[in-house]
Design a protein around this ligand. Structure first.
Ligand code: UDP
Ligand code: MG
Length: 313
């Protein structure tokens, strides 16, 4: 068997993807010739994120005729972020690439991506230029999320960015050096920096199976993203504090002057109630925001493993 000078590790998080795995493999090996010409061989790392279907067996079936196929199988569903980190930890390649199993990250652009790595880019990222085939409400909220992130976070988080990314060993090691428990990859990629080439492509529909992201799951994930890469919500309390102090001061003068000029009729119960409930609401909101950050801190401090491996080869 020929040995190659370099290895490209292809990392594939899979959650209930028994139908997609063989399709993905068949499509991806079509790109091999280009890489073999450059003395690069593939290494596949399928990360089974606690699938309930035959994903593990599908990977084992592929392994029978291709030794470059590896599997990390989790003890339960830990989420895509954990699958990504497990794959990156296992990868030995000089270059790594993250890809979804459902062929929404087209393997046909792998050669183009590698071309940029050869040109000296440290990482090649992809973004979708449209969101065709996605529910409009989801696109709407996704856009709002990225708009908000641009305002409140110093880390660049690109709208439409996919996790489909090719990276040199140096970038991979930098990502592995980020040990946080609450992981938000899109932010992590931006945070580590390096010279990144962006490639755009049209949205591709899933090859088989269905999406694992409900609207609610995406919403919670976006909150994770905000809290992991921005502390702006924490300053809401200070902003409201200043605002209310100022208003209270103006109000005090107003009441004082009114009492001097017109005496003090005992009225104003409705306005009092409004003010009390408004301030009470704001206080609870601010407490809630702090609680959110504290719960994240709590998880970080516990330092639990990000995933547990049941089986691996
Ligand atoms: N995935 C995973 N764990 C999860 C959810 C998803 O490993 O808990 C994988 C899934 O198998 C797929 C990729 O992450 O390879 C992207 O998921 P999906 O296609 O459902 O997301 P979408 O493309 O709809 O955003
Ligand atoms: Mg998908």
């Amino acid at each position: 068997m020929k040995t190659y000078a370099k290895t490209l590790s292809i990392i594939v998080p899979c959650y209930n993807e028994e139908e997609s795995v063989p399709l993905f493999y068949a499509e991806t090996v079509k790109q091999e010739a280009f890489f073999h010409d450059r003395d690069v061989d593939f290494e596949f790392i399928f990360v089974d994120d606690g699938s309930k279907d035959g994903t593990v067996n599908a990977v084992k079936a592929l392994r029978e005729h291709d030794e470059r196929i590896h599997l990390v199988s989790f003890s339960r569903n830990f989420g895509k972020e954990s699958a990504i980190i497990a794959g990156l930890e296992k990868a030995v390649g000089d270059v790594t690439v993250l890809m979804d199993a459902d062929l929404q990250d087209p393997p046909s652009i792998l050669p183009e991506m590698y071309g940029y790595i050869e040109q000296g880019y440290d990482s090649v990222a992809t973004r979708r230029v449209d969101r065709k085939g996605e529910p409009p409400i989801r696109s709407f909220f996704a856009r709002r999320f990225y708009g908000l992130m641009r305002k409140i976070s110093k880390t660049e988080i690109v709208d439409g960015a996919r996790d489909y990314r090719m990276m040199t060993r140096q970038v991979t090691d930098s990502i592995l050096a980020m040990k946080e428990y609450n992981r938000f990859s899109k932010g992590i990629f931006g945070w580590v920096g390096y010279k990144t080439k962006w490639i755009e492509y049209q949205n591709v529909q899933r090859a088989a199976g269905e999406t694992k992201w409900s609207f609610w799951k995406l919403f919670l994930y976006s909150l994770d993203g905000i809290m992991a890469f921005s502390t702006a919500p924490l300053s809401i309390a200070s902003v409201f504090g200043i605002l209310f102090c100022f208003t209270a001061f103006v109000f005090m003068i107003f009441i004082f002057v009114r009492a001097l000029l017109y005496g003090d009729p005992v009225a104003g119960w409705p306005s009092m109630m409004c003010i009390i409930s408004l301030i009470g609401g704001v206080q609870l909101l601010c407490l809630g925001i702090m609680g959110q950050y504290m719960s994240k801190m709590y998880m970080e401090v516990k330092d639990r493993p990000k995933y547990l491996v049941k089986e691996e080869f």
